[in-house]
Design a protein. Structure first.
Ligand SMILES: [Zn+2]
Length: 499
């Protein structure tokens, strides 16, 4: 099969000329493309070499290093490092489902990610068809925001990507890379991702370059490298998996064990199948509402002739219904400002929807250039609200402090300094209402829980900032959890309020 491909490559003079150009390009190590060859034949050749044809399920275990995409300490910095103590990935290609069981811990204190500052965390993550969920002790929690990434991950696995290439009738080209001839299979999974699969002369999948929709960046480039192939019961599987997203590494795994055609039965829990986005609005004070109902909350504030939305989290799927609910609280008033607590993607993924709505983004100054570039990136693969609106983002940059006022109500926006969670971090204070709005610096424990023996560094840092700025606070409206009196922050951090 490979010989046939070479023959085709050498025969026509036009291709010969391309090969010559390729020869020059090899020096620059950039590779180059020759005209199309038979895509179906190339997929068949790779499937044969990889043992993909009769592979319906696969399970592998691995360990190594991970990095938390979207949770950088400073926007543009590498993603924060984590240790992947163990990861078991179970794949069922026939039912388009995947389960990841991961035990991890932080490898550096700075940055976000929802992982404890100390100790290990166990995550159990699923996707099946167009549904994603996480399994926790309390039950299955639907995670619609994880669908795009998990569907993508499932179909760029070494064998999954060949099945996806076949399903989507990939076009094939030969390329010269580093002195070797490789095949590039190019395809799009409609509405999900685009991919180029680099297959070596031996028929093994070396690399997948893909592009995926992203709630903050519009679309993002992912490079996944597979190397150190070994045989596992007639199936070839890499011993090493490396992945980068938006130019920074997210995964460096050593594969320990591979089980082809293992029993992988993944059933969608009823609670996940019937889950719908829920938005609740609870009045905190005149013209101030706590907008909850999901994992990431917002606060709506009514001004004389407009509304201010504090936080546009997750994605269009969350922020669009939040915007609709907030506008219904004060009919006729537009949302003129959206205040962003910080650049972590789970807290900024709805900003594009808010920009589409015409809101000016209020964010810490260090985030502006990053968001500007991100929001100018068109979402082509899965056009979002911003793409459909054709709007451009407007920003109001906050250094250490900014205020929004209509003459009656004041909204003070302060920078949280000295945090390990994020460097360009804002909190919102309503001085008249004595309400503090913050994200991730403090998430209240369940009612009546014992304070942790070692106070959480983020909680302590928030107290330091409240005291440094001498803020008058009676209640905290956290963007995770529930509204609590200030005293609860102090008792959780085992501190006494300053007199
Ligand atoms: Zn965060």
């Amino acid at each position: 099969m490979h010989g046939v491909q070479r023959l085709r490559f050498r025969l026509p003079p036009r291709i010969g000329a391309a090969a010559l150009v390729c020869g020059a390009a090899v020096v620059a190590a950039v590779g180059c493309a020759a005209p199309d060859i038979d895509g179906a034949a190339e997929i068949a050749r790779a499937s044969q070499a990889m043992g993909a044809a009769n592979l319906k399920t696969l399970r592998y275990t691995a360990d190594g290093t991970g990095y938390t995409f979207g949770q950088a300490f400073v926007p543009g910095m590498p993603w924060p490092k984590i240790t992947v103590h163990a990861m078991t990935r179970s794949l069922n290609y026939d039912t388009a489902s995947m389960r990841d069981e991961i035990t991890l811990s932080r490898a550096e204190p700075r940055g976000g990610g929802g992982y404890p500052l100390q100790g290990e965390q166990r995550n159990d993550q699923f996707v099946s068809g167009a549904l994603a969920w996480n399994q926790a002790a309390a039950g299955a929690a639907a995670g619609p925001r994880f669908v795009a990434d998990r569907v993508h991950q499932l179909w760029i696995t070494p064998h999954g990507v060949l099945k996806a290439a076949q399903r989507n009738k990939a076009a094939a080209q030969t390329r010269s890379e580093g002195g070797a001839t490789v095949t590039a299979l190019k395809f799009g999974e409609p509405g999900r991702f685009e991919a180029t699969v680099i297959v070596g002369a031996d028929g093994l999948v070396q690399r997948v370059e893909s592009r995926v929709p992203d709630a903050v960046l519009g679309e993002v480039d992912v490079v996944t490298r597979y190397s150190g192939y070994r045989d596992a019961g007639g199936v070839r599987f890499p011993g090493r998996i490396e992945q980068s997203v938006a130019g920074h590494p997210v995964l460096e795994l050593a594969v320990r064990e591979v089980q082809p055609n293992a029993a992988v039965d993944i059933a969608v829990p009823d609670a996940v199948r019937s889950a719908a986005e829920r938005v609740t609005t609870d009045k905190l004070a005149d013209g101030v509402w706590y907008v909850g109902g999901g994992s990431h909350h917002s606060v709506a504030i009514e001004m004389r002739d407009h509304l201010v939305l504090v936080e546009a989290p997750l994605n269009d799927g969350r922020t669009a219904p939040v915007i609709a609910a907030v506008k219904a609280l004060a009919p006729g008033k537009p949302i003129r400002y959206v205040i962003n607590s910080h650049s972590h993607f789970d807290h900024s993924g709805g900003l594009r929807a808010a920009v589409a709505e015409g809101a000016t983004v209020v964010t810490q100054a260090a985030n502006v250039a990053y968001f500007e570039r991100a929001f100018a990136t068109p979402a082509r693969i899965a056009p979002d609200r911003l793409a459909q609106s054709g709007r451009r983002a407007a920003f109001l940059a906050v250094n250490d402090k900014a205020s929004l006022s209509d003459g009656a109500r004041t909204i003070d926006i302060h920078r949280i300094t000295g945090s390990v969670h994020n460097d360009s971090f804002l909190m919102v204070h309503l001085p008249n209402e004595k309400i503090l709005i913050e994200a991730d610096a403090y998430t209240p424990q369940p009612p009546n829980a014992q304070p942790p023996a070692v106070p959480n560094a983020n909680n302590v840092n928030l107290i330091d900032n409240i005291e440094r700025l001498k803020l008058q606070v009676e209640r905290i409206a956290p963007l995770h959890g529930r509204v609590v009196p200030l005293a609860e922050l102090y008792s959780t951090a085992r501190r006494s309020p300053a007199r």
